[in-house]
Design a protein around this ligand. Sequence first.
Ligand code: XCC
Ligand code: SF4
Length: 668
Amino acid sequence: MEKEPTMEKKPVKEKKVTIDPATLEMLEYAQNQGITTPFDRGKIVKPCPIGQEGNCCRVCFMGPCRFVGKVEVGVCGATKETIQARNIARFIAAGAAAHGDHGRNMAMTLLAVAEGKAPGYKIKDVKKLYKVASYLAVETKGKSVEDIAADVARVVLGEYGKQEGELLYVKRAPPKRQALWRKLGIAPRNVDREVVETMHRTHMGTDQDAEHILLQALRCALSDGWGGSMMATDISDILFGTPVPISATSNFGALKEGEVNVVIHGHEPTLAEMLVIEANDPEVVEYAKSKGAKGINLVGMCCSGNELLLRHGVPVVGNFLQQELAIATGAVEAVVVDYQCIMQGIVEAASKTHTRVITTSPIAKITGATHIEFDEHRAPEIAKLILRTAIDAFPNRKDINIPDYLDRLVVGFSHEYIAYMQGGVYRESFRPLNDAIMQGRIRGAAAVVGCNNVHTVHDEAHINLVKEFIKNDVLVVTTGCNAVACAKYGLLTPEVKRYAGPGLSEICEVLGIPPVLHLGSCIDNSRILTILTQCATEGGLGEDISDLPVVGVAPEWMSEKALTIGAYAVASGVYTLFGGVSPVEGSDSTVKMISSGWEELVGGKLEFEPDWRKILEKSLAHIDLKRKNLKLEEYNPTKFARSSTYIPGDVYSDEDFKKGLTTRSGLK
Ligand code: XCC
Ligand code: SF4
């Protein structure tokens, strides 16, 4: 007999979406306020299974051709491998374009500052300017700082479109690596050309050999890592200062009840820096007071957040998936954005509160947002207008709910500082770190970086991996949204060293560093390249980046830029592991091409592994293999006793560390 239909609903077990208690609290609050977030939208919008595995070609309109069922070639005869390679190459080109443009904007600003056309800015790090001038073969003798800066900016701008030779920064890689790139024909020529050529080669009917396309994808990625991104980092340092350690706070608790809260979100530091200056202008502060606020409180989000955090100690409220949640607190007067990783959903969220979303980049508007276009030639005036717009919203506040979570942290470990901390000005080097790796006190290093993604549990893989790495004596460097995740869980404090393995813990104690080093924004992954180069050329750990016992991990990635970063890490010789599904999953042979295939060519490989435990296993196995190849002593976790002289942390209990929670109270 057929079963009677019943109205009774089975209780649906909600999938865990985040490990972050502040996010959980805010999700419930947002729902009550009628504000939707990516966590909600992710339940409705399911990924297209064909596109997810890279099995759809959309480069001409005889298609789109979907490789399902018995389909083995597209209408034009293109094979699955070809279309897969084309797809991933195009993602990489888009990421390189994004970082490249960022670098170009920085160079334009440097030029304007050098020519005296950008009031309010000045060259903060003259030492770094000289250093960069030497990389770019810019003559410095007898020239003023401004003239050198102008020439540096012009050479950098020239790097985008020059027709001859290769990128000047290629010479910053270990000599062996440079030779390999030249041999393979993948030394990048200029930033724009590699992107344009990748788009051309992946146009219908052009490059139709998967391995050949993928080689260009690597060259394009290298033009980002050793080009666009590296130049962006260098110029940001010249203009705004090279990071040195600074303490700060993070999490929603950084929002202040009685103040005008302005969230700065996006990527470029230029406007953000001016907002920091203008938020302290007595006139602006007075204006805020006239509207009933005690003052102005700037906080950051995503990579703009990282930039402000590491140069000014401006607190960072959250990472990628938390942008609508910050608005949902009802305590944010304005979200000021430029470009990249800004969800269009924030405008809808803001419509439910008094928050103003202010777009500022000439290339990025959002329907329904207020556009106040930034121009570095009039920065102070524009920054003031933005702050006034935020202040004007303050009296319109309704209900507010600021979750009581605040964490402290130490950030700002630039390559320059890491060298300095190992010997001071008179003897800076990487000798102590290299020695520690050689002795096995430090087993190896992991760069844990990248985004959040609704297809993974928010922050879970980020935090668990970082904790497991340091427990296993693996030094961690972090950028991007992983860095923000680490910030929120107290993993960026020196006290965390007591949870690190004994060898790593001792090194941290001696050098006075946390076992997790925050290096900056995603652009600043270029810092990892120069650090690896110095480790490889310092002596004792081989001669090339591919010799080093290191891995790169992006456990919760989502953006095209992440793929570009992954690809330039691979092309630089790093074994790189991403969480989630491979964008070429639909073809075993393409999966092989980017893993063992690329490894044979460039010594690094790209793998996708959804389970963070397996990422850990593979990473440790790789680190141990590299140690063995270098003929270093086998890593022995019990060889070094835990030193007893450390100052015990007062923030975490062992129990809390295991649970992934830190104590959040008492910091305000
Ligand atoms: Fe964006 Fe740079 Fe990813 Fe975070 S980590 S989601 S790219 S903000 Ni770059
Ligand atoms: Fe289909 Fe070929 Fe056109 Fe791609 S290029 S959509 S495979 S016909």
